[in-house]
Design a protein around this ligand. Sequence first.
Ligand code: ADP
Length: 259
Amino acid sequence: MNILKLGGSVVTRKDKPKTPNIEAIGRLAHEVASAGPRRLIVVHGGGSYGHPLAKEYDIYVGYSSPRQLSGFSLTHQAMVELNRLVVEAFLAEGVPAISIAPSSFIVTEDHRIADADFSVVSRASESGFVPVLYGDAVLDSAHRFTILSGDQLTARLAIDLGAKRIIFGVDVDGVYTANPKLAKEARLIEELSLNQMRGMVRIGEALSTDVTGGMLGKIQEAGAAVDVGVEVQLVNALKPGVVKDALRGEKIRCTWLRR
Ligand code: ADP
């Protein structure tokens, strides 16, 4: 089984509130369809749908005022809207996608998934569906609620369901020596070991609004999956054909995270 995480930088235009990248969503659905049938779970990020609202209402720090309750709902609803666009794009390509809302079955403990019951996700996948989940506003046992990032969710799904590989689709070719959007001299790192990942304390921050730590947060979350033997690949999902080639196991320009 593979897990394809489509970043918020891919499925939305991060610089414009609530703006989907319809062209990319449709193309990626087509690429998944043409890569052929296989067990696949898709997780997408929030980008300009979830993050601005989560930030406006401080959802990721937990409860401090009653106005956040509506903010929580608005954040979740924004993700439902984006998820609908993603699922509809897959359906239009004949991929039997089904939407599964993380907030309806995951309660985090101090911002982290402790023990989630992924049996519905796993059964849906075994039954031939492509479950489509997303970063979501979720209830939290310590802080009343928080934001569960698509990256944390992806790593946990991979670990708990024994996925072979995670493909993180982002808007750059992989992990660079510095933020490629800020530093001209940044070079792509083709392979990164767990030790190197742990050592990468300063990796730069994502350019636009993001409450989940950009690339550094991503490799920290992915590290947990790499640790138990999941192969993790970071690829540029905005370049046509890259995700299809990755799904087919073809050689592409990317970063591999390995033990
Ligand atoms: P997404 O929301 O799509 O999951 P993020 O926007 O959180 O992804 O993270 C990807 C972004 O991280 C890239 O667009 C890039 O600007 C930024 N980034 C920061 N440092 C690095 C780095 N060293 N290598 C690659 N990308 C980096």
